[in-house]
Design a protein around this ligand. Sequence first.
Ligand code: V47
Length: 383
Amino acid sequence: MLEAIADKVKRGERLSFDDGVTLFRHPDVVAVGQLANGVRERLHGDRTYFNRNMRIEVTNVCVASCLFCSFAKLEEHSPGAHTMSLADAWRELEVRMDDPPAEIHIVNGLHPGLPFSYYEELLSGFKRIKPDIHMKCFTAVEIHFFAQHYGMTHTEVLERLRRAGLDSLPGGGAEIFHPEVRTRISHDKATADEYLEVHRVAHKLGMRTNTTMLYGHIETFEHRVDHLLRIRALQDEAGGPFQAFIPLAFHPDGNGMRNMPAPTAIDALRTVAVSRLLLDNVPHVKAYWVSMTPEVAQIALRFGADDLDGTIVHETIYKAAGSRSPSGLSVEQLVRLVQEAGRMPVERDTFYNVVREYPRATLPESALKVRDRKANKHLEVLS
Ligand code: V47
């Protein structure tokens, strides 16, 4: 069965729904990974991307009640609820202006009590501090909520936010599109069609966006394949504005699915590989190190992934759900992860323009460790 799929991949033929399910079910994850690695190398060679980015979640107050979420609080006055003042949000960038990020990635709860001008001022304030900062903000679910809540069309919301400084949309909020799953884990926010429609509108306005899939909970492999093929179909229709696909491993701590086990490393690698193989029209597949740990993300660079996301600095959604990944990684740490995987690190901007290319590792393993003095103080004695 795998040989037939491998032949299709070699001929550059598109894989079917059944091929996708076969790949997910195939017992030899290394064989599936090798196929995906071939595609990854055909597209990108050894190049492995990351950027200097920073995550900010300005509010965790959210009217939706997603079963998988450990981050949201229903009301402003619930314990643990917080909404940043604009000044506090801007300060997050101001204090980092000696080594500033190139991108700010903002994902929030669906807050029912803020005026729309809060979001416009949020964006324009960051641009005032650093005019060339890239603002990758608000998931399609948030854009849909803004449209409903403030009585605008998707186009009006996006046009106003763009005027204030919005540059692209992140991929969050996709979860699993199939209604058998979505109605159980996310019944009271944008549907799959609404999520995809927001991206469609953004693409029509000339914006580039990312997209995601939250896997490893109640969904089946068929649901995952259905999800991936809906993304592929929209990408065909729109002619390529999805830049990256990010598979997000479910974390069970402190949410409505806390009795479920987290997906394993093998599932993470398999999902990266099958995504690379099915999404033949999406240029980049991210191994998001926050969701899969830096160690598994490093291996994923040989299973189809070509991007590690970025430095992040301070992440809270996965922290709340029990992730043991660090909050942020330095550029040096990202470079080392890539070099140790035998790949070539490339710092990029949000649109994948090259900022800086690093050499492939030619140093022996011990020397690599000693170079990262801050993270490996105990090894300095060896140098
Ligand atoms: O939308 C929430 C997911 C997403 C949990 O576009 C959870 O470049 C696992 O979308 N376990 C936010 N996942 C993060 C996101 C993202 C990350 C990196 C890069 C990009 C990009 C986008 O996190 C949410 C939701 O799908 N999430 N709770 C949880 N317990």
